[in-house]
Write a protein that binds this ligand. Structure first.
Ligand code: ADP
Length: 192
């Protein structure tokens, strides 16, 4: 099984690239952001729990997120592996993922970090907000909050995996095709 973490700040292109990579490598894409938006759209109890955090650009509490992720992996059926997009986003989430994979006799194949300039990120998210209808993409102070949460809580996840030697940095500026190509090179190196 392949278990890849696609990592990077909000707006770094994880969702766009993950969609392309799952087709190429025949993997299952799990985006915690998409899962939360689905729950919110259906007004489920889980969605109601997540909604206020997301609107403010804060992280949904770990126990809620970890439980949802676990359910999704367990109900995914036959697959050659996963691309985790937007998870893990905190150290406790990373530790929970490691433990969960270990229970299944597996581990993280690699973490690929998309590197994008901060001002580019804000511009991309505002542009996306104009068409996505995402409330958290339409308010610059919420976007800046998401970026500061990324630096404070999420970027330590990269350091957590660094000792495994399975962290790769990919330059996330350029055309979508160019970035896909760079990601494929990094992934081929990890799984080859
Ligand atoms: P982006 O990466 O562009 O911010 P996402 O769709 O990945 O977009 O996430 C949107 C929001 O969903 C986050 O700001 C956060 O509130 C919530 N969220 C997504 N994944 C997680 C996670 N792993 N842990 C906690 N909250 C999360």
């Amino acid at each position: 099984m392949i278990n890849l973490i696609l990592f990077g700040p909000p707006g770094s292109g994880k969702g766009t690239q993950a969609a392309r990579l799952v087709d190429h490598y025949h993997l299952t894409h799990i985006s915690t952001g998409d899962l939360f938006r689905y729950e919110i759209g259906n007004d489920t109890p889980l969605g109601r729990q997540a909604k206020a955090y997301m609107a403010e650009g804060r992280l949904v509490p770990d126990e809620v997120t970890i439980g949802m992720l676990r359910n999704k992996v367990e109900s995914s059926g036959d697959t050659q592996g996963f691309i985790f997009d937007g998870f893990p986003r905190t150290l406790p989430q990373a530790e929970a993922l490691d433990a969960f994979l270990a229970e299944r006799g597996e581990s993280v194949t690699g973490l690929i970090s998309l590197e994008v300039d901060e001002e580019e990120i804000v511009q991309r998210i505002l542009l996306r907000g104009a068409s996505s209808g995402r409330a958290d993409d339409n308010d610059e102070s919420v976007i800046r909050n998401r970026i500061s949460v990324y630096h404070a809580e999420t970027s330590p996840v990269k350091d957590h995996y660094a000792p495994t030697g399975r962290v790769r940095h990919v330059y996330g500026m350029g055309t979508i095709d160019e970035i896909t190509e760079r990601l494929r090179e990094a992934i081929d190196g990890l799984i080859g």
